[in-house]
Each structure stands twice: as C-alpha cells, then as structure tokens.
Write a protein that binds this ligand. Structure first.
Ligand SMILES: CC(C)(COP(=O)(O)OP(=O)(O)OC[C@H]1O[C@@H](n2cnc3c(N)ncnc32)[C@H](O)[C@@H]1OP(=O)(O)O)[C@@H](O)C(=O)NCCC(=O)NCCS
Length: 189
C-alpha cells in the first residue's frame, strides 16, 4: 500500500513539474516571446525571461532536463533552429546560438561579469557588465565548457570538454583547455 501511494505521489509530482513548464511557456508566448511549438523542454527546465527581454527559440530546438535559460530586462536571447542543449546547462543574457549547434551537459554560457575594481566595497555591491556572446551555426561544445562574456565562436568550431573560452574562436577551429587554445583546425590531419 505504501509503495502504491509513493508511486502515485511520484506520478503526480512529475505531472505538476510538467504543468509548471506548460504555464511558463504559455505565459511567454502570450507575452509575445517567440518559442517554436516544435521546441521541446525536459523536466525542471527553467525559463527565467524578463517581460522586457526578447526571446526566440527556434523550431525543433531541444533543451534537456535541469537546464536554465535566463534573460534580463533589455536582453536579446536568440536560440536558433535545431539547437540541442543537453542537461544542466545555463544560457544567460545576450546570447545567440546558431542553427544546429550541439551543447554538451553542464555547459555555462553567461554574458555577465561582476565589477570588482573598488577595494573598499563588497563585490556584490559593485554591479555588473554584460557583453553579448555569439555562437555560430553547427558548433559542438563539449561537456562542462564555460563560454565567457563577449566571446564569438565561428561556424563549425569544436570546443573541447572542460574548456574555458576567453577569446574568440575562428570558424572550424578545435579549441580546448583553460584558457582555451587552438588544438587544430578541422580538416587538418
Ligand atoms: C576535443 C575533442 C573533440 C577531440 O578532438 P581531436 O582533434 O580528435 O583531439 P585528439 O584526441 O586528437 O587530441 C589532440 C590534442 O588535444 C588534446 N585534447 C583533447 N581533448 C581535450 C580536452 N577536452 N581538453 C584539453 N585538451 C584536449 C589532446 O590531449 C591532444 O593533445 P596532445 O597532442 O598534446 O597530446 C575531444 O577530446 C573532446 O573534448 N570532446 C568532447 C566530448 C564531450 O564533451 N562529449 C559529451 C558532450 S556531447
């Protein structure tokens, strides 16, 4: 009997999680945000979109469970068609992710930095800066990579697992490490 109640509770819990996401998506679409009907979202995905931000999520894009998509007031967040965002990723701020790009698990793409120049003030009181991130089409970003503010990644580039990308990446380059450096160009042996 206890097991049956636990199963029913778990089923209800999953339904409620789905319902919350359904309501958030409905609210976003009603507010004029563009989220393709064919885009899919896993459980516990958070879409934290300020009503004064602009969001576009393209056709057939997939966002797996526990990922967060965040846009603050005035931000433009554009995730194009056929993008795959794996589990536990964070995409935040002014970010474009080009068509067909693949993003591994636990990747962080945040356009913001804290200001920390004033030694007399706590960092948390010094505000922040945002510089847009641009990721091209058909890019592959390996698990746990961190893409820092202002970075532009060219079409067809590959970002190795665990890379910290601090500078622009040319099209079709393979980069890895912290900070990320060129490993080789795709097509070179
Ligand atoms: C980068 C990657 C694509 C391999 O590219 P590759 O060109 O075939 O690389 P190789 O295996 O021939 O290695 C080339 C060099 O890069 C280094 N390298 C490979 N992967 C690396 C990584 N993640 N970080 C740092 N350096 C790396 C290798 O050690 C090697 O260096 P060396 O020449 O000094 O020995 C692969 O290692 C990788 O990181 N894939 C991501 C996997 C992943 O995250 N999967 C899940 C998400 S879908």
């Amino acid at each position: 009997m206890k097991a049956l109640i636990a199963h029913i509770a778990a089923w209800l819990f999953r339904k409620l999680e789905g319902a919350e996401l359904f309501l958030v998506l409905r609210e976003l679409r009603r507010g004029g945000q563009q989220v393709a009907i064919s885009a899919t979202f896993g459980t516990r995905v958070q879409l934290r979109i300020d009503p004064r931000a602009r969001l576009r999520i393209g056709e057939r894009t997939q966002v797996l469970h526990d990922s967060w998509v965040i846009a603050h007031a005035g931000n433009t967040l554009d995730i194009e068609e056929d993008v795959f965002i794996s589990q536990h990723c964070t995409v935040s701020g002014n970010v474009r992710i080009g068509r067909g790009t693949l993003i591994g698990g636990f990747v962080t793409i945040i356009d913001g930095n804290h200001v920390f120049d004033d030694l007399e003030k706590p960092i948390r009181e010094q505000g922040g800066t945002q510089v847009p991130i641009d990721i091209g089409t058909d890019v592959w970003i390996g698990s746990n990579a961190v893409i820092l503010q202002g970075v532009r990644i060219g079409d067809g580039a590959v970002i190795a697992a665990n890379a910290t990308v601090t500078h622009d990446v040319p099209a079709r380059a393979i980069v890895g490490g912290t900070p990320a450096r060129l490993i080789r160009m795709r097509g070179d042996v």
